[in-house]
Design a protein around this ligand. Structure first.
Ligand code: ZN
Length: 699
């Protein structure tokens, strides 16, 4: 066994991302496709940069028209006009970044290095345009404000806030520095992401001795052989830092050394003192965030970023995390002791280490619940789970999902569905893209090429995506998902529903970051409920539904390993807040800092935070001081799911209210106001504690 090098991995690109024929730039004219979807069959990488430039030019002239308007500023001629401006630029941006995330290439990365600073500086041009800000401020200070509808008022207040937070009130010198910082930050974030992608692709373990494979399910061995073949190492087995390969090896490999090597291959990504090391990139990046926060009058980036979220301030976040941390840590400690006892019973003669956790968790699951996770996979073929996910959409909201084969896609593995309402009206399109590739970043997410709004009174059809890195089909079998992958699918589906069912009037929406996981996480609640499982979990060979006994075991083991799950998540949430609130990291040793934060919260040595700082993509890509958002929104989703439990899991009336007040409206009004319209009261924290086994009494 040995750690591989990146050069080897670059040799295997499974399927090419689609390019198109040369010619005119298709991004610069009407697409002429069904629903005006992006014409991926005609878009080439070289089209993006000129399209961004043209988009910026048009946006500038639209803004010029707003500021040159001789009429006094009012909501329509300023705020609404600003909201509808920049359409082409936004379309190109959305398509471009969807591609760099899901189907990248060296050329796309190179284009991103030109496009990102262009967009950053254009954004600054808009935010620091005095004449534009003066008009927005005039509306904000006017008497017209009192007469605006709630969604218009919300748009106005947020756009005004955006200008202020974007530096509109600063003097010329500080503005110039702010521009430099933003430009540098855009490039550093890109560098960080590029390093994580190439280190994820370049981190793997090669096995040449079959005896090291002991314990691994056949499908995992087959997957390892297949990867080795693709990497021109026929006859060997390769396991990678991609979750579908990594997790089952840690769960089942009885060779402790293999587990250790693969574990380290994953956790050491971007911390190998090579050219893809992120320690300095991170330090520089966070340091610039401190400088920007100071310029804008905040003590640290956490204060700056939390201001317009539900939590409002860092203290609210840490005291919330503290409330969960103690019971979670106690639970994880008990889990570790149970594993150590098992190791001792087996006369293992070693102390439980982080790379042992998955393996002994599996053994305990078997011992305590007579449940082996690999027994479940045959009932979770991707087709069955898709039927479950779409079926839930139908039972709750009456939606229909119809596959469309005539829509151009960016990769042959992408499928497209037309989503129709109960009455047959088209609500939007959903693109799904399920399997890992070298060209795709790790993890799962939902994005899109276009959001919905009302254009001249007509609803624009949104284009939503679900992108995952699920287990590929192997050796003649379909893709068989793990429980984790099943819930991930339901999660991303919730985000997609939020996009597909949105009914706001305006293009710009302002959902606080710590509320955006409400629509997604609530869907996870249904994934493993017996009532739904019975309808979709069917054996891929026999078509038999999942046996009642297995469903029952799954239900009973619901809180199994919850200590670990919560602790590794919460530790990462603390780490993210610490980076953004414990002072400028300029002279900091990154590794020491991480260790110290973990020491302070008392993390046990058998567990590492879910992400280490150097590959913590959330923290860099949009979730600045915001990784806590998942558990914050979990209070909302556990409480919201309670509304269904109080009536019935598929109660149409409750679903309708959730659709109207949350899915169709999030980001158009204050979130708590919307939530109260749905639930009739503010959320309570107890349902979350109960759901996660953190009340401290059960078990
Ligand atoms: Zn999410």
């Amino acid at each position: 066994m040995k750690l591989g090098s990146v050069a080897l991995v670059l040799a295997f690109l499974v399927l090419p991302c689609l390019g198109g024929a040369a010619g005119e730039n298709p991004l610069l004219k009407p697409f002429g496709t069904p629903f005006e979807v992006p014409p991926f069959d005609r878009i080439e990488t070289g089209h993006y940069l000129p399209a961004v430039r043209e988009g910026i030019r048009i946006h500038n002239s639209e803004i010029e028209a707003i500021t040159a308007n001789p009429a006094p500023a009012d909501f329509g001629n300023t705020v609404e006009a600003l909201d509808t401006s920049g359409k082409l630029l936004e379309t190109v941006r959305a398509v471009f970044y969807s591609q760099t995330g899901a189907c990248s290439s060296d050329e796309l990365m190179a284009a991103a290095r030109e496009i990102s600073p262009l967009l950053s500086s254009h954004n600054d041009d808009v935010m620091l345009n005095d004449r534009l800000f003066a008009r927005v401020k005039a509306v904000y200070d006017s008497r017209e404000k009192a007469k605006l509808a709630p969604d218009s008022l919300y748009l106005l207040e947020n756009i005004y806030g955006e200008f202020v937070r974007g530096g509109s009130l600063l003097g010329p010198e500080k503005r110039a520095r702010l521009r430099e910082i933003n430009r540098e930050l855009s490039l550093l974030s890109l560098k960080f992401a590029e390093n994580v992608l190439s280190e994820t692709n370049g981190s793997f373990v090669v096995v040449d001795d079959a005896s090291s494979l002991a314990g691994l399910p056949e499908s995992v061995v087959a997957m390892g052989a297949e990867t080795a073949r693709e990497m021109k190492m026929e006859g060997k087995w390769v396991f990678t830092a991609q979750r579908p390969s990594w997790t089952p090896v840690l769960q089942y490999a009885s060779d402790r050394k293999l587990r250790e090597e693969l574990y380290k291959a994953y956790v050491m990504r971007c911390d190998r003192d090579n050219e893809r090391d992120n320690k300095q990139v991170l330090q520089k990046l966070v340091s610039l965030r401190y400088e920007r926060a100071a310029l804008l009058g905040y003590s640290d980036p956490a204060g700056y970023h939390l201001e317009n979220r539900m939590a409002k301030e860092p203290k609210a976040v840490t005291s919330f995390l503290d409330r969960l941390w103690k019971p979670a840590l106690e639970r994880a400690g008990a889990e570790a002791r149970a594993m150590q006892a098992l190791i001792d019973r087996e006369k293992g003669g070693f102390r439980l280490a982080p790379w042992d956790w998955w393996y002994y968790a599996e053994k305990l699951r078997k011992e305590n619940y007579d449940l082996d996770e690999s027994e479940l996979r045959p009932y979770f073929s991707l087709d069955s789970v898709s039927a479950g996910v779409f079926g839930l959409g139908e039972r709750l909201f009456g939606l229909k999902f119809i596959e469309r084969k005539d829509i151009p896609v960016y990769h042959p593995e992408v499928k497209v569905y037309e989503v129709k309402d109960a009455g047959g009206e088209t609500l939007g399109l959903l693109y799904t893209d399920f399997f890992p590739r070298d060209s795709k970043r790790a993890g799962a997410w939902s994005g899109g090429f276009r959001d919905s709004w009302l254009e001249d009174g007509k609803r624009v059809i949104p284009l939503s995506t679900i992108v995952c890195t699920f287990t590929r089909p192997a050796a003649g079998d379909p893709s068989l998902l793990s429980v984790d992958e099943v819930t991930t699918f339901f999660h991303e589906f919730g985000h997609a529903l939020n996009t597909l069912l949105f009914e706001g009037r305006y293009r710009r929406t302002f959902a606080p970051l710590d509320s955006v996981e409400l629509p997604s996480q609530i869907m996870e609640n249904w994934a493993l409920k017996p009532e739904l499982l019975r309808s979709y979990a069917r054996h891929y060979r026999t078509g038999e539904p999942m046996p009642q006994a297995l469903i029952e075991k799954l239900r009973k083991s619901r809180l199994f390993n919850q200590g670990f799950q919560n602790v590794e998540y919460l530790a990462a949430a603390y780490l993210d807040i610490a980076w953004h609130s414990k002072g400028d990291p300029k002279d900091r040793n990154v590794t020491k800092f991480e260790e110290n934060v973990m020491k302070e919260i008392g993390l046990i040595p058998e567990i590492l935070p879910r992400y280490r700082s150097v590959h913590f993509s959330h923290m860099i890509g949009g979730y600045t001081a915001g990784y806590y958002a998942y558990i914050w929104a979990a209070v909302l989703d556990a409480d919201a799911f309670g509304a269904f439990k109080e009536r019935s899991l598929f109660d149409r009336k409750t679903a309708l209210s959730f659709r109207k007040n949350i899915l169709a409206s999030l980001g158009t009004e204050d979130t708590m106001t919307l939530y109260k319209k749905f639930r009739g009261r503010e959320p309570k924290v107890e349902p979350l504690l109960e759901q996660r086994g953190l009340l401290g009494t059960d078990r």
